[in-house]
Design a binder for this molecule. Structure first.
Ligand code: AMP
Ligand code: MG
Length: 482
């Protein structure tokens, strides 16, 4: 019988000394809660057969043939402070598969028990937070934003203690790779130049193969990561996504979104929006994300700088020149996102100012980010009533609307509809779905999942998923380490 998951484990093979072998913990009574048939198909796996054995194979009960379970080493700056050793404390990489399209993907279990990197943690995960990872990954994917995704969630039948007993679960995460800024930092902090170089070579071969023959491949790698991450953060900003914990260990070299702990989508536009209970200073607030992009990439530059040039003074100059360019690189990506969302015709010098003027009009008005942009489609066609209704004082729009209309592309209504989602995972819906799932009722989770997979749908039956939180939902707070 062919293997259900045809593994080919290049990370384990090519990068000895960057991980430790581990075995997942055996769950008491594994039961499949979620399976991603579409993703299984994209991976070239036999979805039906894998689904049938997922409770065993994707929970740690039994290892799939060909898996080589490892915990990857990484370090990271968490809220600005450096931890020289983090690593997979509750995740186990089973191995990699190559999709029919020819791209390599990691298959990782999350919540499958302690590893040598667990420090004080239990290595486990609760069902609710793992289902949150499903919802956020599927939503970002449906919105066209690069992201890790969930292949399956298996309830373990074991309790997990998080101030109270919660049902435990194991998530199977699929990623372009799990190479993080913090992976490089781990070896750089140990002055292990050979492994920093080996990791860089591996990253180029896996994610940016076109750079292999570049005369300065490590600088080209850094440039490529700047580009990928600038595009990613601009895309997050466009949909109002707040990651919540943009530590350097949660930033990938591939440019995918990863690690959805305290993340959430912003409702009414406020640049300082923070959901995470532990982010007291607003370090990872909505409007700070582009600044953190640059801060994290500076940490990557520090790890890579010895590779940039044999002359270290020159290497530092080369790194600094790139760091100085990040803000304008990001701004260019952000303007491109906003030009799409506003359906601007061509590109003009005043486009950034026009986009900023819309945001300025929204600020302090209670205007819902997603709905305000969604209502632009009607506003472009001459009916600004729904857009105005988003604003406490609709007069805030009076100057802006004619300026915008003068810049609209001929096909503006179609472009606006394609660029501005109606449905995102609303915080109150996510909370309700996860609470019900934790109590054994998966119906709300499944309904919400079906809705967020069609972000641009105008189906009237999905109306409730397009609505902001009801009055009284209150300030939303999310939690880390869940
Ligand atoms: P995160 O906040 O998920 O990005 O994780 C930061 C670090 O804490 C990583 O090294 C994780 O592996 C580790 N970690 C988080 N939760 C646990 C847990 N329950 N048990 C062991 N390690 C954990
Ligand atoms: Mg993490």
């Amino acid at each position: 019988m062919p293997s259900l998951i045809p593994f080919d484990n290049s990370y384990a093979r090519d990068l000895p000394g960057t991980y430790l072998p581990v075995q997942p913990a055996a769950p008491t009574s594994p039961a499949l809660v979620f399976f991603n048939d579409g993703l299984a198909g994209d991976l070239g796996l036999a979805a039906g057969a894998l689904r049938d054995s997922a409770a065993e194979l994707l929970s740690g009960a039994r290892l799939p043939d060909g898996a080589e379970p490892i915990a990857q080493a990484y370090a990271g700056h968490q809220f600005g402070g450096f931890s020289a050793q983090l690593g997979d404390g509750r995740a186990i990489l089973l191995g990699e598969v190559t999709t029919p399209a020819g791209t390599r993907r990691d298959i990782q279990l999350k919540g499958s028990g302690r590893t040598p990197f667990s420090r004080g943690g239990d290595g486990k995960a609760a069902l609710g937070p793992m289902l949150r990872e499903v919802l956020v990954g599927e939503s970002l994917h449906a919105l066209g934003i690069p992201t890790t995704r969930a292949l399956a969630v298996v309830a373990t039948g074991d309790p997990v203690w998080r101030e109270t007993d919660l049902p435990g679960a194991v998530l199977t995460r699929v990623a372009a790779s799990h190479i993080r800024v913090g992976t490089f930092q781990f070896f750089a902090a140990r002055q292990d130049q050979a492994r920093v170089r080996a990791l860089a070579d591996y990253t180029i071969a896996r994610h940016y193969p076109e750079l292999a023959d570049d005369p300065a491949p490590y600088l080209a790698l850094f440039d490529a990561v700047i580009g990928a991450q600038a595009r990613l953060i601009a895309a997050w900003m466009g949909v109002g996504f707040i990651h919540g914990v943009m530590n350097t260990d949660n930033m990938t070299l591939s440019g995918e979104s990863i690690d959805f702990g305290p993340c959430a989508f912003m409702e009414s536009y406020a640049p300082g929006t923070v959901f995470s209970s532990i982010d007291h200073t607003g370090r990872y607030a909505y409007a700070n994300q582009p600044l953190i992009l640059g801060w994290n990439l500076a940490r990557l530059a520090e790890a890579l700088v010895p590779l940039f040039d044999a002359d270290q003074d020159r290497a530092v100059d080369l790194a600094n020149a790139r760091l100085e360019g990040i803000a304008s690189r990001y701004h260019q990506e952000w303007v491109a996102v906003m030009a799409q969302k506003l359906a601007l015709s061509g590109a003009e010098d005043g486009d950034a100012a026009l986009a900023e003027a819309f945001l300025a009009a929204m600020e302090g008005q209670g205007a819902d980010w997603t709905r305000s942009f969604f209502c632009l489609t009607d506003a472009a066609a001459g009916d600004a009533q729904a857009l105005r209704a988003q604003f406490d004082d609709p007069a805030a729009l009076d100057d802006w609307l004619p300026r915008w209309r003068a810049r609209l592309a001929a096909d503006a209504p179609a472009r606006l509809r394609a660029a501005n989602p109606r449905i995102i995972p609303r915080n109150h819906e996510v909370e309700a779905a996860l609470t019900a799932a934790t109590e054994g009722n998966l119906a709300p989770f499944e309904a919400l999942l079906a809705a967020i997979r069609q972000p641009y749908s105008n189906d009237p039956a999905l109306e409730r998923f397009s609505l902001p939180a009801p009055q009284g939902f209150g300030r939303y707070v999310t939690y880390c380490g869940t």
